[in-house]
Write a protein that binds this ligand. Structure first.
Ligand SMILES: *[C@@H]1O[C@H](CO)[C@@H](O)[C@H](O)[C@H]1NC(C)=O
Ligand SMILES: *[C@@H]1O[C@H](CO)[C@@H](O)[C@H](O)[C@H]1NC(C)=O
Ligand SMILES: *[C@@H]1O[C@H](CO)[C@@H](O)[C@H](O)[C@H]1NC(C)=O
Ligand SMILES: *[C@@H]1O[C@H](CO)[C@@H](O)[C@H](O)[C@H]1NC(C)=O
Ligand SMILES: *[C@@H]1O[C@H](CO)[C@@H](O)[C@H](O)[C@H]1NC(C)=O
Ligand SMILES: *[C@@H]1O[C@H](CO)[C@@H](O)[C@H](O)[C@H]1NC(C)=O
Length: 297
C-alpha cells in the first residue's frame, strides 16, 4: 500500500520502548505506539484512551507500534469517518518493512483498508496479503453494520498455520498455510502494526469516480482498545517464536476455525463478499496456489 499523503512528517515518541520479555500484553497507546503525523492531524481524548487521526488537504496521519512481533493476536477498536467519506481510506495493517511510512520492496504485509463512500452508501472493507513485496491478494466485503456509528474491533490472528482477519468476533477472511504448502504465506518476517488515514480518491470509491470533498475536511478516524498478545521480536530470534503452544493464539484450537467460526465465516462469504481475487480469472488466468487451500481444514 502506498502512503501518498506525506508533506511534513513529525515523529513524536510518546514513551520509550517497554522492555517486556517476549509476550506483550494489552496496554495503552502511549506504551505501544509512535505517531507519524504532523501535530495538527492528531488528537486524543483527555484520558488518552481514544486517538483521533485526521486527514485534511495538507496531510494525513498515522501511527505504528514501537515493537514488532512474529505471530500473535492484534486487535483494535476503530470508528471510521462518517458522512461523505468518498476518497478517504483508513488503513490498518501489519507490515515487516513500512516504518516511517515506507513500503519496502521485500515486505510482508497484512492489510485492512476501509474505503470510504458518499453519504448513505456503504464502506468497503478490502483485505490484502503481501509476501516479499508482492500483493494482489485483495478481497472486498461490505459490513453488516455502519462502521461510522460505533467502535468495532478489527483483529488479526497470525500463527504458522493460518491468518484470520476478524471483524468483531467474526472471521471474515481465512488465509491458510495448510501443511506448510503455501509459498505465499507470510511467516518469517516480524511485523509491526500500523494505521494511517490518507487520500486515495484516484481509486478508492467506485474506482475513483467519487472524489474527496475537501470542504468537509478534516476527516477523522478514531481508535481505542489496542489489544496485543504476541511474540515480541528481539534480535536475533526470540524464544517465543519456536515455543509454540504456550499461548492461546498458537495452540491447536487457533490453527483452525472453530465450528461457530465456520458458520459465521460461511455466512459472511455468502452474503457480504463482493470481490475475491481467487475468482478473478481475467486478472489471474492461473488461479494462485493458495486459493486451493481449504478454509475448513
Ligand atoms: C524477495 O524479493 C527480492 C526482490 O524483490 C528477491 O531478490 C528475493 O529473491 C525474494 N526472496 C524470496 C525468498 O523469494
Ligand atoms: C503433510 O504432507 C505430508 C507430505 O505430503 C503428508 O505425509 C502428511 O500426512 C501431511 N500432514 C497433514 C497434517 O496433512
Ligand atoms: C460505494 O457505494 C457504491 C454504490 O452503492 C458501491 O457500488 C461501492 O462499492 C461503494 N464502495 C466503494 C468503496 O466504492
Ligand atoms: C461538498 O460538501 C459541501 C458542504 O457540505 C456541499 O455543499 C457540496 O455540495 C459538496 N460537493 C460535492 C461535489 O458533493
Ligand atoms: C484481548 O483479546 C483477547 C482475545 O480476544 C481477549 O480474550 C481479551 O479479553 C482482550 N483483552 C482486553 C483487555 O480486552
Ligand atoms: C472462488 O474461488 C474459490 C477459491 O479458489 C473457489 O473455492 C470458489 O469455488 C470460487 N467461486 C466461484 C463462484 O467461482
Amino acid at each position: 500500500m502506498a502512503n501518498v499523503f506525506l508533506t511534513a512528517v513529525l515523529f513524536v515518541v510518546l514513551s520509550s520502548p517497554s522492555f517486556q520479555e517476549t509476550v506483550a500484553q494489552t496496554s495503552s497507546f502511549d506504551d505501544n505506539f509512535i505517531k507519524t503525523c504532523p501535530a495538527t492531524n492528531f488528537n486524543s481524548s483527555p484520558d488518552g484512551q481514544i486517538w483521533y487521526l485526521s486527514l485534511d488537504k495538507s496531510s494525513g496521519c498515522g501511527f505504528e507500534t514501537i515493537d514488532s512481533y512474529r505471530f500473535g493476536w492484534f486487535s483494535m477498536k476503530i470508528k471510521l469517518v462518517g458522512g461523505d467519506s468518498a476518497g478517504v481510506v483508513t488503513a490498518y495493517y501489519m507490515c515487516s518493512d513500512c516504518k516511517n511510512l515506507g513500503a519496502g520492496p521485500e515486505r510482508d504485509e497484512l492489510d485492512f483498508e476501509f474505503l470510504g463512500n458518499v453519504t448513505g452508501q456503504p464502506y468497503l472493507l478490502q483485505t490484502n496479503v503481501y509476501k516479499n513485496g508482492t500483493g494482489g491478494r485483495e478481497m472486498r466485503h461490505i459490513l453488516w453494520f455502519d462502521p461510522t456509528e460505533d467502535f468495532h474491533s478489527y483483529s488479526i490472528l497470525w500463527n504458522a498455520h493460518q491468518i484470520l482477519f476478524f471483524v468483531d468476533k467474526t472471521p471474515i477472511r481465512v488465509y491458510k498455510n495448510a501443511n506448510y504448502t503455501n509459498n505465499f504465506f507470510p511467516i518469517d518476517k516480524p511485523m509491526s502494526l500500523f494505521s494511517t488515514i490518507w487520500n486515495a480518491d484516484d481509486w478508492a470509491t467506485r474506482g475513483g469516480l467519487d472524489k474527496t470533498n475537501w470542504t468537509l475536511a478534516p476527516f477523522v478516524s478514531s481508535y481505542t482498545d489496542f489489544n496485543v498478545s504476541a511474540c515480541q521480536w528481539v534480535d536475533p530470534y526470540p524464544a517465543c517464536v519456536s515455543t509454540t503452544t504456550q499461548n492461546w493464539w498458537d495452540q491447536y484450537p487457533a490453527w483452525h476455525l472453530s465450528d461457530d467460526q465456520k458458520l459465521d465465516y460461511a455466512w459472511v462469504q455468502r452474503n457480504l463478499l463482493v470481490y475475491n481475487y481467487c475468482n478473478d480469472t481475467k486478472r489471474y488466468p492461473q488461479v494462485p496456489e493458495e486459493c486451493w487451500l481449504s478454509p475448513w481444514d
